[in-house]
Ligand binder design. Structure first.
Ligand code: FE2
Length: 405
């Protein structure tokens, strides 16, 4: 591969300024994080730990922590996680930001950060009404204010509104607001085990009515796990018809869904395989990093992909490869990124893995040896070296058996 002036070109110069020997390692475009909540990252344990690990205890704890938010606090935590993401090869991030705050503190903080990091990371901010639009005082006005202030994307949370009617109206409000301002939509939709939560169909209908195809994303949609198959089948074909992008978040949803079940406990996950088979663009998000809902993680999409391989039963040969698409090209389509990919003319935003194939990358959650932004190295990782004493002699251990075969 040849790079000139920050872009991929068809042929290398006769005497390139610099060359990198890839040794047959996997090279992908920069990773894309389509769903994270940067305003809440690194707050785990503040002011107390979530002892049950449940969504509702998480919401209660966040309700306490949110009172202490300042611009400096949000920026410092978000910037730390953005650095982790860059080290993991992520150069494009869509973050939801809670706007149920009359001061819009978190949004102001992340708008500042968005400008400060823009040469390295492209940050899209979603106006996300954590406590609802119609169910929160002045919710509609706050959403409008957030868009005027500079949110890139309009969100909603219909399943959390007080009534089904509010939920439906919140979707229509958010999508009309987006249409009015020429913004994309990304809605936390049906993130519940309740099979009566059916707001995705409202998103489909509104996308068609407002002619927003290609600009609308539904995140989570975990209730789809519990719908009857006839309803889910019809819904999936309509999702395809409306051209919605879908984001699945296996880390958070693996631990948060199914909490009201006795055995057998549902996985509570959207129907990834069926959506992909229907030709729907599905991508994979991390969601939380060390917050009241999910205490683990370091912002690595590969770790989320590793979990989806199990949790979504995507262990077939092609399915494991698809997981890499879900954190690169599929997520790039969701974010509407231009000039993204490995073709000549694309920006040279690249990741070189310490692994020869997509399958090894997932298997090993392999280190990102090099991360390039516009052709320049912006992150390096030295892989760990392992040695053991084996039958009396010191020997190296290399997990990449397949690479040698
Ligand atoms: Fe989320």
């Amino acid at each position: 591969m040849a790079i000139r002036d920050g872009r991929i070109v068809a042929a290398a110069a006769e005497e390139p300024e610099e060359t990198v020997e890839a040794n047959g390692a996997l090279l992908t475009p920069a990773l894309v994080e389509p769903h994270i909540h940067l305003d809440a990252v690194l707050t785990v344990g503040q002011p107390r730990h979530n002892l049950t690990g449940s969504l509702f205890e998480g919401i209660a704890i966040w309700g306490e922590r949110v009172k202490d938010l300042t611009v400096a606090d949000v920026k410092a935590r978000a910037e730390e996680v953005l650095r982790w993401q860059v080290a993991n090869g992520v150069l494009f991030v869509r973050s939801h930001v809670d706007v149920c705050d009359p001061q819009l503190t978190a949004l102001r903080a992340l708008i500042e950060l968005r400008a400060e990091v823009k040469d390295l990371v492209t940050l899209q901010l979603v106006a996300f009404p954590q406590q609802g639009i119609l169910s929160f005082p002045d919710g509609e006005a706050l959403m409008r204010q957030a868009v005027t202030l500079g949110a890139d994307v309009v969100g909603a949370i219909p399943h959390f509104e007080l009534t089904r009617d509010y939920g439906e109206r919140s979707v229509k409000f958010a999508m009309e607001l987006a249409a009015e301002h020429g913004k994309p939509v990304d809605i936390h939709c049906d993130e519940t085990d309740d099979d009566h939560s059916r707001f995705l169909e409202v998103m489909v209908a509104e996308t068609i009515r407002l002619k927003l195809t290609g600009r609308v994303t539904a995140s989570h949609t975990t209730a789809m796990h519990s719908y009857n198959n006839a309803y889910a089948g019809r819904l999936i074909s309509n999702v395809r018809r409306a051209g919605l992008h879908m984001v699945t978040n296996p880390l958070d949803n693996a631990v948060l869904q199914g909490r009201f079940d006795h055995y057998p406990i549902r996985r509570g996950h959207t129907r990834v395989k069926e959506l992909l088979a229907a030709g729907v663009n599905v991508c994979l998000g991390h969601d939380s990093v060390m917050d009241p809902w999910y205490p683990l993680g370091y912002g690595d999409p590969l770790q989320a992909a590793f979990v989806l391989a199990h949790y979504g039963q995507m262990s077939g040969y092609e399915e494991i490869r698809t997981l890499i698409d879900m954190i690169t090209v599929n997520a790039a389509r969701t974010l509407g990124l231009a000039d993204y990919g490995l073709a000549p003319g694309c920006r040279a935003d690249l990741v070189l893995f310490e692994a020869p194939t997509e399958i090894d990358a997932i298997r090993l959650v392999a280190p990102r040896r090099l991360v390039l932004k516009a052709g320049r190295v912006v992150a390096r990782t030295e892989p760990a070296r392992h040695t053991i004493t084996w039958r009396g002699a010191e020997r190296p251990v290399d997990y990449q058996v397949a690479a040698k075969g």
